[in-house]
Design a protein around this ligand. Sequence first.
Ligand code: ADP
Ligand code: MG
Length: 303
Amino acid sequence: MTMTAVAPPVIRLSAVAYTYAGPPPVRALLPTDLVIRRGEHVAITGPSGSGKSTLLNLLGLLDRPTEGLLEIDGIDVGSASERDRAAVRAHRIGFVFQSFHLLPHRTAAENVMLAQVYADMPRRRRLGAALAALAQVGLEHRAHALPTALSGGERQRVAIARALVNHPSLLLCDEPTGNLDTATTRELTDLLVSLHEGGTTLVIITHNPAVAGRAERRVTIRDGQLGESPDDGPGGQDDTPGGQDGGHGGQARSSGGQDGLPGGQGEAAGGQDTWPGRPDDSPGGRDTWPGGQDGEHETRQEG
Ligand code: ADP
Ligand code: MG
């Protein structure tokens, strides 16, 4: 039993629910209470269409809850202004996606530096910070490579470096190993575990039991309803620190009526392969960034 004080919540959901307006309306997340504390490593698993992307879009401040209270670092982000939400996204949340979302004509370091533009990091500090973030993921030696010259695992490391460069309170990963082979998945998962050991708060959505099994806490979602899996759940192995502070179990729960969710939509339902914030961003169009205002905006891609 650890005697450390309970870490403060990074995420707190109080009866948070989300309904897509439709028509017809889809009640994709039922009223949910969930607390994720600083330093936790949480996996969220569930079948296709269960509400994972909906939950991630709420946690990543891409959508606002249609009911309930959502706090990030104690900030009531559900009702904050768009400007304040953009600031929370830029400074407190790092995103990693299945399909990397790197700009193809920018080097690894430049891709990482783009995240700093939105967080208003002074220009003179950007390269050093980007190189430090790349070093954190073991890729400093590839800093000046273009994504096309990198393997899938390396590209995802760049995306993780980009997500970490502003020292977010929270790293949100949506199927981060979905495009990677088994060996690379293991390496990437090792990296995520080591980042967690270094203090990063990690929330990972994954279908992969080997990835979920490395988390110290597993939350399941089914038909918009959250549940908590015991620590010795399927795939659970390794190093769950003995005796969590006891504050975690059973903090995820849902209540409220079912309402005939159409299961089994493809993964594209929530538009997870598009850049957050703009579900209909057209590839090849203007580069956008979550919460991206323009700042000293860079680049266009081809076309
Ligand atoms: P998952 O990421 O677990 O596959 P989603 O969160 O994308 O699931 O979807 C949860 C439910 O919400 C599904 O029933 C899906 O069809 C529905 N849904 C997702 N996006 C929309 C949308 N834009 N409009 C209406 N329904 C949606
Ligand atoms: Mg999804």
